[in-house]
Design a binder for this molecule. Structure first.
Ligand code: FAD
Length: 374
């Protein structure tokens, strides 16, 4: 019988497998990709898309095309539950897809406060930032100096604030951009990086509120614990990400954030036929920083292990690197490069990020209609 491999989610950790899928189908595997959308968006360039310096189609991969080109099939749908007894992936619409091996790369998203409101938009899923960009353009055209709020002062929050500033500047219209963060800006990063980011944003007139939190969102204002109300026409939330509830809801062993607990071979600790990569897993040594770097690095290991499952051979371990390179796009043509305690800011850092991002995109964008209208 042919080995049934199901890939849930076409995120950064599955792109490598999708690009080499023909090697799995050539061994007789029947491969099905389940994805809510035929496109997967590359988060590294999401701030540039928000800023309007690149187009949505420049930052997305046609994962359906990659699956089909490799001899697999693509189901547009959302994985909802894993029936581990009958080995079937249950989709939101109730459809069951049987598997011999299931690999999950369903990522993470920012959890919104309840009730949700149209002008409070999460930084992830990334395609929401496209709607945000279009809305800001409307606001810039219609409002006198719209107020734009970013909640969260980690790398994503800093980049999004810089991107909103850039969007307004390039439109030739004034906007009031404010960032609120519960801790210090870029908490956990070297003091030089924090200082540089603070100076970069403040020098462009972006107001920064550190060590405070938004306790409640009103229709057009955010309440701080002091009672101060920050007005906004649109707010972006970059307050940290959470994996979907699918693993917890399926009775699988999970970490405190609901991510799947895996061994060093990226297999669920209780189910060797279930693998995973990216933001939705937690390896044995504990949670990794939720950055795409790890998802990308897990890609080749995941591919090798899926191949091993099909061939009935032994699986390889993944050992996460302790330090990784991060380059933030500050929105003004400069970058902030951080590796461990080492920091470099300026134009060179930005250009290096451009090179890394465009090489990555070029590698996986060979499939599909890159120039489709946005
Ligand atoms: C604004 C912003 C900028 C960032 N910049 C960087 C950066 O420069 N460098 C960096 O290393 N990290 C960056 N990150 C972090 C990075 O986004 C994540 O760590 C990375 O996306 C994780 O990759 P992933 O493949 O695990 O998940 P995702 O990128 O979230 O991909 C998951 C995929 O699964 C799909 N999916 C979701 N749920 C389901 C489901 N139930 N069924 C089927 N499919 C599903 C989604 O549609 C998506 O295609 C940034 C984050 C944000 C918010």
């Amino acid at each position: 019988m042919r080995h049934r491999l199901v890939l849930a989610g076409g995120g950064h950790a599955h792109l490598y497998t999708l690009s080499r899928l023909a090697e799995l189908t050539a061994r007789g595997a029947l491969v099905t990709l389940v994805t809510p959308d035929r496109y997967h968006y590359y988060s590294g360039m999401a701030p540039a898309m928000l800023a309007g310096t690149c187009r949505p189609q420049d930052i997305r991969f046609d994962v359906a095309c990659l699956a089909e080109r490799g001899g697999g099939s693509c189901v547009i749908g959302t994985a909802h539950r894993i029936d581990t007894v009958n080995r079937s992936l249950i989709l939101q619409d109730g459809t069951g897809i049987p598997y011999d091996t299931l690999s999950c790369n369903v990522g993470s998203s920012v959890v919104l406060p309840s009730p949700t409101q149209a002008n409070v938009i999460p930084a992830k899923p990334i395609d929401g930032l496209l709607a945000a960009r279009n809305r800001v353009r409307e606001l810039l055209a219609e409002a006198v100096e719209p107020s734009l709020l970013v909640v969260g002062g980690g790398p994503a929050g800093v980049e999004l604030a810089g991107a909103l500033w850039r969007l307004a500047r390039d439109a030739g219209r004034p906007a009031r951009v404010t960032l609120v963060t519960g801790g210090t800006l870029l908490a956990g990063m070297p003091p030089k990086a924090q200082k540089t980011a603070r100076h970069s944003l403040a020098s462009r007139g972006i107001a920064i509120h550190e060590q405070t939190r938004v306790t409640r969102f009103g229709d057009n204002s955010a309440l701080l614990p002091t009672g101060q109300e920050l007005p906004f026409q649109m707010a972006l939330l970059a307050t940290g990400v959470t994996p979907p509830a699918i693993f917890r809801d399926s009775g699988l062993p999970v970490a405190d954030d609901g991510s799947l607990l895996v061994n060093d071979r990226l297999q669920a600790v209780t189910h060797p036929e279930l693998l995973g990569g990216g933001d939705c897993i937690t390896p044995p040594d504990g949670r990794l920083t939720r950055v795409g770097v790890y998802a990308v690095r897990q890609g080749p290991v995941l591919f090798a292990n899926l191949l091993a499952r099909i061939n009935g051979t032994s699986l390889s371990p993944f050992s996460p690197q302790k330090r990784f390179l991060q380059i933030l796009n500050l929105g003004d043509g400069s970058g902030l490069m951080i590796r461990g305690s080492w920091v470099l800011a300026g134009r060179i850092a930005y250009l290096l990020k451009q090179i890394i991002d465009y090489r990555y995109m070029h590698h996986y964008q060979r499939c599909g209609e890159r120039n489709a209208p946005s």
